[in-house]
Design a protein around this ligand. Structure first.
Ligand code: FAD
Length: 385
């Protein structure tokens, strides 16, 4: 009834991503973290390998994989560097609503060229004043003839300096709150689009994060995704699919921290023995292994539900909240296992701890995940009593 074996195709995908992570991502991860630079070469290779387009159906040139398959490959990429993984993953976040809700014409126009030529997509929901409450967004889209006139500034946009395509959420009627929001597919070469300087971040410094401003941008009406007032639903539906993918990134990051801490504990001698022989250290490592396994299983379930077409908002939020907390705890304890050495730039665990923090903030904060879980859980309990 329940199996945990990977299929031969999933094993091959995992192996391909693991090799890519080891040979292409890992060797440059520390450099891009130190310099805060965007690894364009790695992005091109990742696109060529199909890691930008796993969910796009084969008929448009994508991988045609499911959400679970994509999570399996994503864990491996994130194990190399979470910042680089997120830069790869964000295109899936921006494109998924087109895969799910786009017309055949929109898929042909936007997905096929994305697969055949190196391209980057960004997802533009957040604003300076609007994060956890996106329904209050200030960016506007006013329909004039055959165009939406788009005005506003989106904040924290991953790949903002490099995107060829933006999926932008904007308000058509503030009275309607979330029901007035539209989702627009916006090619980055339209007139009136500009981006700010890359934001200096604590972690995930290889990823590019900027503000993006839209000033009287004329977006053709045919670039509207779904109907008027459907945008908010589309934004949320995309997050149900992509939250497991961020959660599995947290699992990959935490796994690397655990492996490094274990290696170090085997070598470091205190009181005449390797510190791994001290039970208190072993218990820290055991907790890491236990929590990583639990996080992976939550992700697999949320991803499996998505693949079955079953609503997974609660499970996706559980996986995201739990895995993000696990990544924070595991990386903090990895620094602990390294002792003073862990607190320096000489060893990679401090980077992992910095990289972990933002996973509790973006794609819906730790608190918002708990709101989603509580809302659905309370409904379920009411209906079963
Ligand atoms: C590196 C990075 C990359 C990002 N990439 C993107 C991107 O590509 N596209 C995009 O659209 N956005 C992106 N974001 C934005 C991200 O999704 C938001 O930062 C996130 O949703 C939180 O919003 P906020 O930062 O405005 O915090 P706020 O919403 O101001 O929240 C501040 C604090 O208050 C808490 N809080 C808020 N409301 C409640 C409540 N009702 N109950 C309990 N607690 C609450 C939050 O949990 C948080 O702890 C990115 C952010 C970062 C840092």
């Amino acid at each position: 009834m329940i199996g945990f074996d990977l299929t031969p195709e999933q094993k091959a995908l995992q192996e391909k991503a693991r090799r890519f992570s080891k040979e292409v991502i890992l060797p440059v991860a520390a450099i891009h973290d130190r310099e805060g630079t965007f690894p364009v070469d790695v992005m091109k290779k990742a696109h060529e390998a199909g890691f930008f387009t796993p969910l796009i159906p084969r008929e448009y040139g994508g991988g045609g994989f499911g959400v679970l398959d994509t999570c399996i490959l994503s864990e491996e990429l994130a194990a190399g560097c979470m910042g680089i993984y997120v830069s790869i993953f964000v295109s899936t976040l921006a494109l998924h609503p087109i895969i799910k809700f786009g017309t055949d014409k929109q898929k042909e126009r936007f997905l096929r060229p994305f697969c055949s030529k190196f391209s980057i997509a960004s997802y533009c929901l957040s604003e300076v004043a609007v994060g956890s409450d996106p329904a209050s967004m200030m960016t506007t889209a006013v329909l004039e003839g055959n165009h939406y006139i788009l005005n506003g500034t989106k904040m924290w946009i991953t790949n903002g300096s490099y995107a060829d395509l933006f999926l932008v959420f904007a308000q058509t009627d503030s009275q309607k709150k979330h029901k007035g929001i539209v989702a627009l597919i916006v090619p980055s070469d339209l007139e009136g689009i500009s981006h700010g300087e890359p934001i200096e971040k604590m972690g995930q410094r290889a990823s590019n994060t900027t503000a993006v401003t839209f000033k009287n941008v004329r977006v053709p009406k045919e670039n509207l995704l779904g109907g008027t007032g459907e945008g908010f639903k589309k934004a949320m539906a995309a997050l149900d699919i992509t939250r497991p993918m961020i959660a599995i990134g947290a699992v990959g990051l935490a796994r690397t921290a655990m492996e490094l801490a274990t290696q170090y504990a085997r070598k470091r001698i205190q009181f005449g023995v390797p510190i791994i022989e001290h039970q208190a250290v072993q218990f820290m490592l055991a907790d890491m292994a236990k929590d990583i396994e639990a996080a992976r299983l939550l992700v697999y379930k949320a991803a499996w539900l998505a693949d079955q077409g079953i609503r997974n908002s609660k499970e996706a939020a559980m996986a995201k909240a739990f895995a993000a907390d696990v990544a924070m705890q595991v990386t903090t304890n990895a620094v602990q296992v390294y002792g003073g050495m862990g607190y320096t730039k000489w060893h990679p665990v401090e980077k992992l701890m910095r990289d972990a923090k933002v996973i509790q903030i973006y794609e819906g904060s730790a608190q918002i995940m708990r709101l989603i879980i509580a809302r659905q859980m309370l409904q379920e309990i009411e209906t079963t009593l």
